[in-house]
Design a protein around this ligand. Structure first.
Ligand SMILES: [Zn+2]
Length: 554
């Protein structure tokens, strides 16, 4: 008994001295429900910030003691605070290029409303300016009419502007102005990898199928001036702050150019970052000659030379384009010669000692990649490099056991939140276990939740949390059986994701020493009905103790 009392006294003294020793706060948040997402998932009432970092978390009375004459006080009025959400995998640098022309249909469940949003953007644009929807939606998310868009209704919505809607990566809907701007008429041949749909009279009907059609459109949009790209990068980061993202890992993506990174570098140089961006080098080798060049480039990469606003973490998610798999095909069977080229790239990454992110969705590719990585690991151990498989929709228990032995990590994404209905057509019943969230959670492989935005999923991280907890796609259809609890989903979208960014000392929880990156929510994530998780909005978003979105003043 006496020893228990002594332990309690020592523990209380330790807490007291931690608080007494803390410096005077620049900012305190009091009277809240602070979900710290620390190792014990502690819930606190109040939090103190000095400079950019959290200095103390505790009871109101304890934190009040840290106030000085110049300390700002935010009364949370009982509201819930969570750490800023970290997206472990997204393509926002690329998305910034045409952000000023883009309409996002993220979470819009009415076809009619989608058309109205396109019309509104057209009215706010100069005649002839493009109106773009570059993915992040699916026809199945609409609850009024589950379908795409006809040329005629897009003409009516935007009579003076070319309009294109990109459907994931496999279709374009275009209006008459867009077809004219793209030079597509009755006589046009199909582009490589694409098909121009025709009406009975031979005229293009506005539907362009295939990834080739997408390339044709993007090639005609024209370059965006460098300073406009910087404006767009800032605007895009503002959008991320509004939905609760304060840090993410960028994976480049098809069509990525150095100009995309330059825009964020310029924003960082001007101290205009409001999201912490950690990026990988993305390449698209198509053949062995490309691999030669990529291997040489990998040998020169130097990660971690930046700061906590913008830094290079490693290489990926693409390795060798001919074996990059696609969630909406039935199976993958990479050939031996292609896997030889894949191996050359992976070996170069291991030889350089780099972090590696590998896009892998289907059973066939996951296993083929694991076999290569096991062989590489015998010559050049990858332990500690946090080699990561992205997506893993069809991972199985045996694959996870191999990953665990290799010290690999897993990034899991909410692709089914818009693609679930399409996945059911391709994969049938297996879809309900894609990805097998509970199996992954219980595997012991470090894992986190992210989006893979902006083409193949929406951006909003609360949609991802909602999908993981309810198993529903936007529009309401149940597409995942292996749902998880909301606490573990939140950990997977915060603390767990800090590891992919090599930022676990700085990010992912509200604890002394970490950056004050946090969200004050409009409702309590832990108690709101599960279906409302997707509707949660940050009232206030802070990055490094600075408000970057919203306020709590009435
Ligand atoms: Zn991706």
């Amino acid at each position: 008994m006496r020893s228990i009392i002594r332990c309690v006294i020592v523990a209380v003294a330790a807490v007291y001295s931690a608080i007494a020793g803390a410096q005077t706060a620049d900012l305190v948040l009091i009277n809240g429900k602070i979900v710290t997402v620390d190792d014990r998932f502690t819930i606190a009432e109040a939090l103190a910030v000095a400079g950019e970092r959290v200095t103390a978390v505790g009871r109101n009375a304890e934190i009040e003691k840290l106030k000085g004459p110049a300390t700002r006080v935010i009364d949370l009025g009982g509201r819930t605070v969570i750490p800023g959400l970290i997206d472990n995998h997204a393509h926002y640098m690329r998305a910034a290029e045409y952000w000023h022309r883009e309409v996002r249909l993220d979470g819009v469940t009415s076809h009619k409303q989608a058309l109205e949003m396109i019309a509104e953007k057209a009215r706010a644009s100069q005649p002839g300016e493009w109106v773009l929807v570059l993915g992040g939606w699916s026809e199945e998310q609409f609850t009024d009419e589950k379908r795409g868009f006809t040329k005629e209704e897009l003409d009516a919505a935007a009579p003076n502007n070319p309009v294109v809607l990109q459907l994931i990566y496999f279709r374009i809907y275009a209006n008459s102005r867009a077809l004219a701007a793209l030079g597509i008429d009755a006589a046009s041949p199909d582009p490589a990898g694409g098909k121009i749909e025709k009406e009975a009279n031979g005229q293009a009907n506005g539907v362009l199928n295939g990834a080739g059609a997408l390339r044709v459109v993007l090639a005609r949009l024209g370059e965006v001036a460098a300073d406009k790209m910087v404006d767009n990068a800032r605007a895009l980061m503002g959008y991320l702050n509004r939905v609760g993202i304060t840090a993410y890992q960028d994976m480049g993506g098809r069509g990525t150019t150095p100009a995309h990174l330059d825009a964020f570098r310029a924003a960082a140089a001007q101290r205009h970052m409001t999201v912490r961006v950690f990026y990988n080098v993305f390449v698209e080798p198509m053949n062995p000659a490309d691999v030669d060049r990529v291997v040489a480039r990998i040998g020169e990469l130097k990660p971690f030379q930046g700061d906590d606003w913008l830094d290079l973490t490693g290489f990926g998610e693409n390795v060798y384009v001919p074996v990059t798999d696609n969630l909406l095909v039935a199976a993958a069977a990479p050939s031996a010669p292609n896997m030889e080229q894949w191996r050359r790239v992976a070996q170069a990454v291991a030889d350089r000692g780099l972090h590696f992110n590998i896009h892998a969705q289907l059973t066939g590719t996951i296993r083929a990649f694991l076999t290569q990585i096991e062989a590489i690991n015998q010559q050049k151990p990858i332990k500690g490099l946090r080699w990561t498989f992205s997506h893993l929709d069809q991972v199985e228990a045996a694959d996870l056991a191999r990953m665990k032995r290799l010290d690999m990590y897993a990034q899991i994404h909410s692709r089914p939140s818009i693609q679930g209905a399409l996945m059911l057509k391709v994969h049938g019943e297996r879809t309900y276990h894609m990805p097998p969230l509970r199996l992954i959670r219980d595997s012991g492989v470090p894992w986190g939740l992210g989006s893979d935005a902006t083409a193949v999923t929406p951006v909003n991280p609360f949609y991802t949390l909602w999908w993981a907890v309810t198993g529903k796609m936007l529009g309401g259809q149940k597409v995942l059986e292996e749902t998880i609890g909301r606490e573990e989903a939140l950990i997977a979208h915060t603390r767990a994701n800090a590891a992919f960014l090599f930022q676990e000392g700085n990010l992912g929880a509200l604890a002394p020493g970490k950056y004050a990156d946090l969200l004050v929510l409009d409702r309590d994530y832990l108690t709101v009905p599960a279906d409302e998780i997707k509707d949660i909005r940050p009232l206030l978003t802070m990055v490094g103790g600075r408000a970057v979105h919203g306020s709590l003043s009435p």
